[in-house]
Design a protein around this ligand. Structure first.
Ligand code: DGY
Length: 325
């Protein structure tokens, strides 16, 4: 059995896959594959490890319907046409839970960095601007006792809420389709409408999957409903916010600051004006970039591949309906 991986994988995945006697081929170049290269490699394989957010839709599944399993090196699966995968009876694996703490930590890091303008102050030193003490310059804002609003209170949102409550005694509100009883009991979190989330939060942190419904939901209208001192933190997907509207909201003082681990598009252009704003912190989509987390993701990816190739149910599957067809 042959597996093609679109990136070089952590050793943990290689060991598990090769330990089963399967043949793993990994894309070695530090550039994205062209469409032709991607299809050519997939055609030679029985299974695919898809890392890096490449979009795969109906056309791909039609052409590569022979694949027995696709394992994503991510928890997010907005790049995959899941309906089409199911139609061609291909199970899609992902990596939930194992990256929740690391991703929440990235959101927490962006919240503090933005509140204290840390990236801006760091850049001042590099530019030779660490001059004399100014009591009124470069001031941040306080997070203690403020309200954190979470959009999408699943595992990652829960970890972010827990850290924020523990560190700053933040009051937690959230907007979700379903109730999160654990968060309500352990963190005294309150479920609110989307408009209430916008109006009441001092910090909004996005932890939802990118669905059609959520595409561009943080637009001019939404930012206008937020507090002028509010921070917008997004570690989920850049498609959730409209970047031009965000820039305008920050320039006009409609909101106070933004911390982004995900941008729209990715990668962000190095000349993007957001990178020069005092109250903005941007990271290059590094939510899960922690040694232990990446090893755990790699293990889950390999387990999904091995299960798929043995015609067993995947450990983490985004389209379990594929087994009841
Ligand atoms: C995920 O796992 O979905 C991360 O955002 C990386 O894509």
């Amino acid at each position: 059995m042959k597996i093609f991986a679109t990136r070089i994988l952590p050793q943990a995945a290689i060991d598990l896959i090769e330990g089963e006697g399967f043949e793993l081929s990994q894309w070695q170049e530090k550039r994205e594959l062209t469409d032709a290269e991607f299809i050519e490699n997939c055609k030679k394989a029985d299974a695919l490890v898809l890392a890096g957010g490449r979009k795969i839709g109906e056309e791909f599944f039609k052409e590569c319907s022979h694949l027995k399993v696709i394992a994503l090196f991510s928890v997010g699966y907005d790049n995959v046409d899941v309906k089409a995968a199911t139609k061609y009876k291909i199970p899609i694996g992902n990596t939930p839970d194992v990256l929740s703490q690391a991703t929440a930590e990235a959101a927490f890091l962006l919240m503090i960095s933005t509140a204290r303008k840390a990236f801006y102050h760091h850049k001042r030193i590099a530019k030779g601007e660490w001059n004399f003490f100014e009591p009124t310059a470069g001031l941040g804002i306080n997070l203690f006792g403020k309200t954190l609003g979470i959009l999408g209170l699943g595992n990652i949102g829960f970890e972010m809420a827990k850290m924020s409550k523990g560190a700053y005694g933040m009051n937690i509100i959230y907007h979700n389709r379903s109730n999160n009883e654990q968060a309500e009991q352990e963190l005294d979190a309150k479920k609110v409408s989307f408009d209430e989330l916008l109006a009441q939060s001092d910090v909004i942190s996005v932890h939802a999957n990118l669905s059609e419904q959520l595409k561009g939901i943080f637009n001019k209208e939404a930012f206008a409903k937020m507090k002028p001192n509010a921070l917008f933190i997004n570690t989920a997907r850049g498609g959730v916010h409209n970047e031009a509207d965000l820039k305008e909201a920050l320039e006009n003082g409609t909101i106070w600051g933004a911390g982004l681990d995900v941008t729209n598009p990715e990668p962000m252009d190095r000349n993007n004006a957001l990178l020069d704003m005092e109250n903005v912190s941007v990271l290059p989509h590094i939510g899960s970039t922690v040694k232990e987390t990446r090893n755990a993701m790699a293990t889950l990816v390999a387990q999904n591949i091995i299960a798929g190739l043995k015609s067993e149910e995947l450990k983490a599957c985004v389209n379990p309906e594929v087994y009841t067809l």
